[in-house]
Ligand binder design. Structure first.
Ligand SMILES: [Zn+2]
Length: 234
């Protein structure tokens, strides 16, 4: 197999070039309707250390280069068993296409967050996320980076083990094609550089975020890239 220059470009960068690139991304000005509390650049395949949002605060996921998905899991800080339930959210919304105006509910039925802006309109609302065992089933390769381990890392101060990460993950920008014959398949995201989704906390929530490292399917356009997360108070 020949490696195309475009695929190899970043891996051939010299010392410091990747860091300089990430720093330049992070320094790109961004405007939000409020006071910025946190501004986090998540490197390709990386994770954000979990942050606690107060009611009314907004978390914005920015797809920096386009075609990149975040995997987002919300927790009730008073009870970590009570995390986001995509099933509850889909049933309440009456659609699996959760977007502006829809609410992410907890397992116990509290309103955790409302999607207040979504410039793409695509998502995965099945609750699922990539794991090394799923990747081994699908691709025959063991030990891949995965959202499961990113979410464990994101929640490290809460001491969750891999099997504590529940299937309540919401995935903005993810493009899944559902056909009338019942089949479904992951497609390349339609998100472009700068597209974003805002979620406003409706109660105190812990937000755990994985920058999905999947690179063996089109979920991230075959090429995981950085994400930027802004937390702001409107
Ligand atoms: Zn993933």
């Amino acid at each position: 197999m020949t490696i195309e220059p475009a695929q190899a470009a970043k891996s051939l960068w010299g010392p410091g070039e990747l860091l300089a690139y990430e720093e330049a991304l992070w320094r790109q000005p961004v405007e939000v309707p409020g006071e910025i509390l946190e501004d986090v650049l998540i490197p390709a395949r990386g994770f954000m250390r979990a942050r606690t949002l107060k009611p009314g605060e907004v978390i914005r996921f920015i797809d920096v280069e386009g075609q990149q998905v975040p995997d987002v899991l919300l927790y009730d800080p008073t009870n970590l068993k009570n995390c986001s339930s995509v099933d509850n959210s889909v049933l309440m919304a009456g659609t699996w296409q959760l977007t502006t105006g829809h609410v992410i509910y907890s397992k116990l039925g509290q309103k955790m967050a409302t999607i207040t802006e979504d410039t793409v309109g695509d998502c995965l609302a099945s609750g699922a996320f990539c794991t090394d065992s799923l990747n081994e089933m699908r691709y025959g390769i063991e030990g891949t980076h995965s959202c499961r381990m990113n979410l464990v890392a994101s929640m490290m101060e809460y001491n969750l083990a891999p099997l504590d990460i529940e299937e309540g993950v919401f995935v903005p920008f993810m493009n899944v094609q559902y056909e009338s014959d019942g089949s479904c398949a992951i497609a390349t995201p339609r998100s472009k550089p700068g597209d974003y989704l805002d979620m406003r906390a409706e109660m105190e929530v812990i937000a755990a975020v994985s920058n999905c490292p999947s690179e063996h399917n089109p979920c991230n356009g075959w090429n995981p890239t950085p994400l930027r997360v802004i937390i702001y108070r409107p």
